[in-house]
Design a protein around this ligand. Structure first.
Ligand SMILES: [Zn+2]
Length: 63
């Protein structure tokens, strides 16, 4: 799965805090740092766990 900083991830599980299903990628690596588009909170998630929870990826720049 090709995920880059700046992409928006549409998650299968909504953010429990605010109910948003969209997360912006701030950092990729062994852990992903994501910023919730709904409430602005940042979360760290292990890559493997995060990838299982992705419904779709919306790239930042779509040519
Ligand atoms: Zn949220």
């Amino acid at each position: 799965m090709d995920i880059k900083v700046g992409d928006i991830l549409v998650m299968k599980k909504k953010h429990p805090v605010c109910g948003s299903e969209r997360m912006r990628v701030l950092r990729v690596g062994a852990d992903f740092r994501l910023c919730c588009e709904g409430c602005g909170r940042t979360v760290m998630t292990p890559r493997s766990k995060c990838e299982k929870n992705i419904k779709s990826v919306i790239g930042e720049e779509n040519d």
